[in-house]
Design a protein around this ligand. Structure first.
Ligand SMILES: [Zn+2]
Length: 378
């Protein structure tokens, strides 16, 4: 039998092929450029010929989040539209940590990724379709190190300055699927939730804060290997022009409510992180975040508060992280939304795990909770 053919020379592609033997392959991950981080993968397998593929990704014990591999099933698609999961097992003692993926595609081609990719072409479609809706303005906030545009969509006539931004960590593609759901609500004139929110808020939406890392197939960094969510205290044109451009635009508008959208490799749940430990912390500002969190938990079965990150102690917040900086700098109700790479263990979906579809629906619930939060404040 002939060998399968594996390549990754496309948008967000990432894999190193070590050996191929018929339908079996040994693979490893490439680091983000100039960085220690690795975890994202995205590759195509051709010449499958109806065989069961056995794909081993080795050397995973020194990835950014080794805890991301146990109970993780790789994402797979045959048509690049529907993304399901291929049964996968992790053995930390095999070849420095090995994820073994098994899948028998019906046809000759199969695509594998750490999570359903959200391509730069889809990003341009999303931005352009949204910008063509009535009352939506497009702004280029700045330019990345690779010369890509940092796109921002602005809409709404209200006074509540609301910033939604995603994919500082480019491998967290669920964050831009969330954005697709949010923009569908906010740009559709027949959507009353979107209309009500646009009367109350001025929205500033950055669907992809790190297009260079996205195109390059990075997990966590930009074209210079910089983790943008550690740059918010002192962003610079040399290292982090993406953060500098967004923060400057925030300085201009002010910020009342901010949500920074992410994915978490290890925790099998949807959760929020707040800004405990900022120097200007007050219980009143903190309570605004907790109240939003309670509203979202009541409205959305996929959201929970039992699992999440530990809170920083008084004065211990890292102001280089966006949510802390935005809460401190603007006295905003700021938060980080985390979705799982694995699945929501409370409501598992064996076919898809956590998925683009669920990310989009979560966005609608987050916006519904925002409207309730603003109305119950009145
Ligand atoms: Zn992240």
């Amino acid at each position: 039998m002939s060998n399968i053919i594996i390549d990754s020379a496309f948008d967000s592609g990432n894999i190193d092929v070590m050996t191929v033997n018929e339908a079996r392959a040994m693979l490893r991950l490439k680091n983000d450029k100039d960085s220690e981080f690795k975890q994202w993968f995205h590759f195509r397998v051709a010449n499958c010929g109806g065989r069961e593929l056995v794909l081993k990704i080795v050397g995973l014990n020194d990835t950014a989040y080794p805890a991301g591999w146990p109970d993780y099933n790789a994402c797979v698609s045959e048509d690049r539209d529907f993304w399901g999961r291929a049964p996968s097992t992790f053995d930390k003692d095999e070849e420095g940590g090995t994820l073994t993926i098994r899948f028998a595609p019906a046809g000759d081609l199969a695509w594998f990724a750490y999570f359903a990719p959200f391509s730069m072409e889809r990003h341009h479609d999303l931005v352009s379709i949204s910008a063509s809706a009535e009352g939506v303005e497009h702004r280029k906030l700045g330019e990345t190190l690779d010369g890509r545009s940092l796109d921002c969509l602005t809409m709404g006539t209200g006074d509540v300055q609301t910033w939604l931004y995603a994919r500082q960590h480019p491998g967290e593609s669920m964050a831009e699927w969330w954005m697709e759901g949010a923009l569908q609500v906010l740009c559709d004139p027949s959507d009353t939730l979107g209309r009500a929110l646009r009367e109350k808020c001025r929205f500033h939406i950055v669907p992809n804060c790190n297009p260079d890392g996205s195109a390059r197939g990075h997990l966590r960094t930009n074209a210079k290997g910089v983790n943008l969510n550690r740059e918010w205290a002192e962003p610079s044109a040399e290292r982090s022009p993406e953060v500098l451009a967004i923060r400057n635009a925030m300085d201009e508008s002010g910020v009342h409510f901010a949500m920074d959208v992410h994915g978490d490799e290890a925790i099998d749940a949807v959760f929020l992180a707040g800004f405990e430990g900022i120097p200007s912390w007050s219980d009143e500002q903190g309570e605004r975040f907790y109240r939003y969190q309670r509203i979202l938990e009541r409205r959305c079965p996929d959201f929970q508060t039992a699992k999440g990150y530990p809170k920083s102690g008084p004065g211990k917040a890292n102001l280089a992280i966006s949510t802390n900086q935005v809460a401190e700098r603007y006295a905003a109700t700021a938060m980080t939304l985390e979705m799982p790479f694995k699945d929501n263990a409370d409501h598992p979906d064996e076919v898809q795990g956590w998925s683009p579809e669920r990310s989009r629906m979560l966005a609608r619930d987050c916006l519904g909770a925002l409207l309730e939060f603003l109305e119950s404040e009145d």
